[in-house]
Design a protein around this ligand. Structure first.
Ligand SMILES: Cc1ncc(COP(=O)(O)O)c(C=O)c1O
Length: 413
């Protein structure tokens, strides 16, 4: 077959970095096992905890109901949509119309990609492409999804000196100064709590982003996949929909993947501006036919149950303990790292003797079987950082610190 029958952008793209890393990990596994360094993954943001017993019990119950085995719709079952409505009211005091302002998702990744597709007019010519502003560093998929839609991403730099909450008016000024056309901007993506930084933002900052998007008539896409992963009440994340004027410009994405350890279930939801929801619906109805009804029913019960909240609270305590212990281990090796306030991610500065984060990540894998992600996956300029997902079992985390000490990965040598 002629190679060039395929979409130019797709032909020139690489597979998503996490799958590439996983493939390399699998390829090296026999060699690593042979030298007592079986791979331990701190790469994907995928908790290894057991999912809530409650959701398993409910799934088994619903599997026995014949009517739940037929097609659903992309929008989702009424029971699921009502459960989301209830959850948004109880957790954030946000009132939603379940018919027009809520939509089911096959995980938030799919929702983000389809929202972007519904938003941009594809153009092969980079100069004329629609632009989406994305957090940098940020979730590695954003830039890929935008590129695959023949649009362009523009990085909004998250810097420590701004407490990772940049003034959007200054960002726009810089964007214009660099010769970019503000009329091309279609949306701003924000992600608090943030992957890979592990930080979150103040409520006032969400209002700032809502005001910015309303002023310029663009969509605010709030990726709230980590909304339930926080370690003290002062860092408890908000919904952007709590802000004044948010329903005029904002769509927000949620996921069951992280806080319920249900990454494989592919369950999430979008909430917010009814026009954005309608456009997402049109896009999704061309490419999917909704989520298995059994999963929606069980997920709905989980969202509204006491068991679900108890599970989240217990998981947060577990992750907090893991993070405290693991950062202490890294500190004992000389690394400068604090316990994050939200998420299970550590954004770790690498020792000076390594050329860059790719060399460090490769050596950690090839020498010690420790799988981490180079910072450049999240920000092309993040050459001196790697991301660690502290999702492994406690004994594996202890083993990592032991291997790093034995194999010469102290910060200073
Ligand atoms: C910031 C962020 N958004 C969205 C997702 C996608 O999660 P899912 O599709 O499992 O809901 C991830 C996964 O790692 C993420 O880190």
């Amino acid at each position: 077959m002629e190679k060039n029958i395929f979409n130019n952008k797709i032909q020139n793209m690489k597979n998503y970095i996490m799958f590439e890393i996983k493939a390399k990990q699998n390829e090296l596994a026999p060699m690593l096992k042979a030298k007592n360094r079986a791979p331990i993954a701190l790469s994907m943001g995928a908790p290894v905890e057991k999912v809530p017993d409650f959701v398993i019990k409910k799934t088994i119950e619903y599997l026995n109901i014949d009517s739940l085995h037929t097609y659903s719709t992309p929008k989702g079952e009424t029971k699921f949509l009502e459960a989301v409505k209830d959850r948004m009211k109880r957790r954030f005091n946000v009132e939603l119309n379940s018919k027009t302002e809520i939509f089911s998702l096959i995980g938030s990744k799919e929702g983000l990609a389809n929202m972007i597709k519904a938003l941009v007019n594809p153009n092969e010519n980079e100069k004329d492409q629609d632009v989406i502003l994305i957090p940098t560093p940020g979730y590695a998929s954003y830039s890929q999804m935008i590129k695959a839609s023949n649009a362009r991403s523009y990085g909004v730099e998250l810097k420590k000196e701004d407490d990772y909450q940049p003034d959007m008016n200054k960002v726009l000024e810089k964007y214009i100064k660099e010769g970019n056309d503000p009329k091309k901007i279609k949306a701003l993506i924000i992600n608090y709590p943030n992957n890979p930084l592990g930080c979150t933002c103040k409520f006032e900052y969400l209002q700032h982003c809502v005001d910015f998007c309303n002023k310029f008539g663009i969509l605010l896409i709030s990726d709230n996949a980590y909304s339930e992963m926080y370690f003290d009440e002062n860092s408890k994340p908000h919904s952007a929909l709590e802000c004044k004027g948010a329903m005029d410009c904002c769509i927000e994405m949620y996921s069951f993947s992280k806080s319920y350890a249900m990454t494989g279930w592919r369950l999430g939801y979008a909430v917010g501006n009814p026009t954005a929801i309608t456009m997402l619906s049109r896009q999704k109805s061309t490419v999917d036919t909704g989520i298995f009804k059994v999963l929606q029913y069980a997920g709905a019960d989980l969202l509204t149950s006491e068991e679900g909240q108890k599970y989240i609270d217990e998981q947060n305590q577990k992750f907090k303990n893991k993070l405290i212990k693991f950062t202490a281990g890294l500190k004992s090796l000389g690394y400068k790292i604090d316990v994050p306030k939200t998420t299970f991610y550590l954004w770790l500065e690498i020792p000076k003797r390594f050329k860059d984060c790719v060399e460090f990540a490769n050596e950690m894998l090839e020498k010690s079987g420790i799988v981490v992600v180079p910072g450049t996956a999240f920000d092309k300029n993040a050459l001196r950082h790697v991301r660690l997902s502290v999702v492994a079992k406690d004994e594996d985390l202890d083993e990592i610190i032991r291997r790093m000490r034995e194999d010469g990965f102290e910060f200073e040598k």
